[in-house]
Design a protein around this ligand. Structure first.
Ligand code: 5AD
Ligand code: SF4
Length: 589
């Protein structure tokens, strides 16, 4: 069997079959591991709530039998869109699932998807009666939304758990015990290994299990460990609207798809976030409409492979037309067919509010058919900014990474994009020191950076991850110091080239969406241009083009025209000309 097929089948089992009961099994295993003996009663700190405990304990005693597991394992999910959350089992009442005003402190690590997931998790807990706090000291529940992409990301969490352990032990007897949860990618990757290694952790919830948080926390209330690390074939949290935390925010992220089917050989994401699935177009449009009504001026469509979007929820669109890929690109999976694609979604989203900027991240270079490029070019409010993760400039390394393209195909795509969208800003991700990367391969990456001159870049040293294809088939043979030296070289070249690219803006006028006061100077404001570069300018009164004669001071959410006077690898500086609107403005040189 093809290894991908094997993984896919395993994941299908995760969703449809016996793994519905694995959370229970894991729960039971964890109970055994945690040293909490249910027959011996609660931990000392729990005795203060003895009444509740007895009630809970007696219900637990009449809890699920082996038959219960068999039943839940064998019943197929009838509605594919139904989330992976079980009805409360007989020994948990609806009351047990309530937050009882417990205060939750959420801490986010990793990518923008995790930031969005944090708000999804919070939205679910808020509905269950939890309160949110931004003060760790007053929290009853601490949830870390974690990342596994590189070893360092996980190490940060282990260190944090160490600190939280001491916070937990200092908890007063008069208080409810502090509960600690690991959410997201690290929970999914390490599963019960986390509970075994760090006893301070009470609950685990994988990226597809956030609907189960109230139940997991209810189980944790009794001093037991609880976990749900089921991956889903269809969970998109389509109906869970993230809570907009800052009412003055100008921008929001809207999750449109989850998971990844690409199976690049270095990447843990398909294993932590599961199969690719897209949210129905209608629910995305509804969310964007709401954000527009709230006055937000920018929406970023989010997904692990955002431009592989494919909404198959409406049968009439599931025809046999297969997907157009970028020229010279291939996939590691069988061609997919039908569904509403990214170009359709982008078109619909951008029509909602012509004053709302639309961005998207993170795309894969294989999914840029001409219709997407054409739309970006034509539509004023779709930002002319494309992230095109290359990962390496060497075709040999790209093949080992299973990226599905050569350096030549990638460079041809860059030319095609620049012809189709004049003035487009480009950014990329690169990995230094992948398995078997020679000095010559590395120099090819250096030369790609010079050839393309990206405006922004994200550069990383390779970190071998268990489970990935590279872990099983390749050798992590580049010494750490060589990886770091190559990374430094890439960063230096990237900065030189980005400075050159950004200096072409000097003398030009840019449309900037104002975000707020500059962090470095109280007399400056900052915002972003269409290409997502930070632009800093003095906070002075200016003309308002929609109200001639009126002098105004820019506010967050305003569009202003800024004449650029200087540029570095990361920022542009200039002076403000006037307040304007997106449709009335023309950025020019
Ligand atoms: N080691 C280093 N960087 C990685 N990335 C993904 N997996 C790894 C890894 N194992 C980088 C890629 C990706 C970005 C999000 O993180 O460049 O595009
Ligand atoms: Fe980290 Fe990737 Fe998970 Fe985002 S999806 S949190 S980058 S491992």
């Amino acid at each position: 069997m093809h290894p991908l097929q094997c993984v896919l089948q395993a994941q299908r089992c995760l969703r449809w079959g016996p793994l519905t009961s694995v959370s229970w099994l894991l729960l039971r295993t964890c109970r055994a591991h945690s040293g909490v003996r249910s027959s011996a009663g609660p931990s000392p700190e729990r005795r203060q709530e003895d009444g509740v405990w007895k009630d809970f304990s007696s219900r637990l005693a009449t809890g699920p039998t082996f038959q219960h597991f068999i039943r839940s394992a064998s019943v197929p999910q009838e509605k594919p869109s139904t989330p992976d959350v079980e009805d409360p089992p007989p020994y948990l009442t609806v009351d047990d699932l309530l937050g009882r005003q417990r205060k939750v402190y959420l801490e986010t690590y990793g990518c923008q998807m995790n930031v969005n997931d944090t708000e999804i998790a919070w939205s679910i807990l808020q509905k269950s009666g939890y309160l949110r706090t931004s003060n760790l000291q007053e929290a009853d529940v601490v949830l870390l939304v974690t990342c596994s992409i590189r070893e360092k990301a996980e190490q940060t969490i282990w260190n944090r758990l160490h600190q939280l352990k001491s916070l937990k032990s200092k908890r007063l007897r008069s208080q409810v015990p502090l509960r600690i949860g690991i959410l997201g990618c690290m929970a999914e990757r390490l599963k019960e290994e986390i509970l075994n290694r760090e006893k301070t952790v009470d609950i685990l919830a994988g990226p597809d299990a956030y609907r189960d948080l109230p139940r997991l926390l209810a189980v944790a209330e009794s001093g037991q460990k609880a976990a749900n690390v089921l991956l889903s074939m269809d969970e998109t949290y389509a109906d869970v609207l993230p809570v907009q935390m800052s009412p003055s925010a100008t921008s929001a992220f809207v999750s449109i798809m989850r998971g990844c089917d690409n199976m690049c050989s270095y990447c843990i994401v398909p294993f932590t976030r599961g199969r690719e699935r897209s949210r129905p177009v209608a629910s995305i449009l509804e969310e964007v409409r709401k954000l527009s009504e709230q006055g937000l001026k920018e929406v970023t469509l989010l997904g692990q492979n955002v431009n592989s979007f494919r909404d198959n929820s409406e049968v009439q669109f599931n025809n046999a037309v297969s997907t157009n890929l970028s020229r010279g690109f291939s996939t590691n999976y069988k061609a997919k067919q039908g569904g509403l694609r990214f170009a359709y979604l982008l078109d619909q989203v951008s029509r909602i509010d012509p004053e709302m900027r639309i961005r998207f991240t993170s795309p894969h270079p294989k999914d840029f058919p001409d219709e997407v490029l054409q739309l970006i070019h034509e539509r004023d409010n779709i930002c002319k900014q494309i992230h095109l993760p290359a990962q390496s400039g060497s075709s040999r390394v790209l093949e080992a990474m299973r990226r599905g393209y050569s350096r030549e195909a990638y460079v041809e795509l860059i030319h095609h994009i620049r012809e189709s969208i004049p003035g487009v800003s480009l950014s990329s991700d690169f990995i230094a020191g992948f398995c078997g990367e020679t000095e010559e391969d590395h120099l090819q990456t250096v030369s790609l950076l010079q050839e393309v001159q990206y405006n922004m870049g994200f550069l990383f040293a390779y970190s071998m991850r268990q489970k990935t294809r590279a872990y099983h088939r390749l050798k992590d043979d580049i010494p750490e110091e060589v990886k770091l030296r190559r990374l430094e070289e890439l960063i230096t070249v990237f900065r030189e080239e980005a400075t050159k690219a950004n200096k072409t803006f000097v003398g030009c006028t840019q449309l900037v969406l104002v975000e707020g006061l500059s962090k470095r100077s109280a007399t400056d404001l900052y915002g972003r241009n269409d290409g997502n570069l930070k632009v800093i300018f003095p906070d002075v009164a200016m003309e308002d083009v929609t109200n001639p004669g009126l002098r105004v001071q820019a506010q967050p959410g305003d569009y202003v025209l800024v004449k650029i006077t200087s540029a570095s690898s990361q920022t542009l500086k200039g002076h403000v000309l006037c307040r304007t609107t997106l449709k009335d403005s023309v950025a020019y040189c």
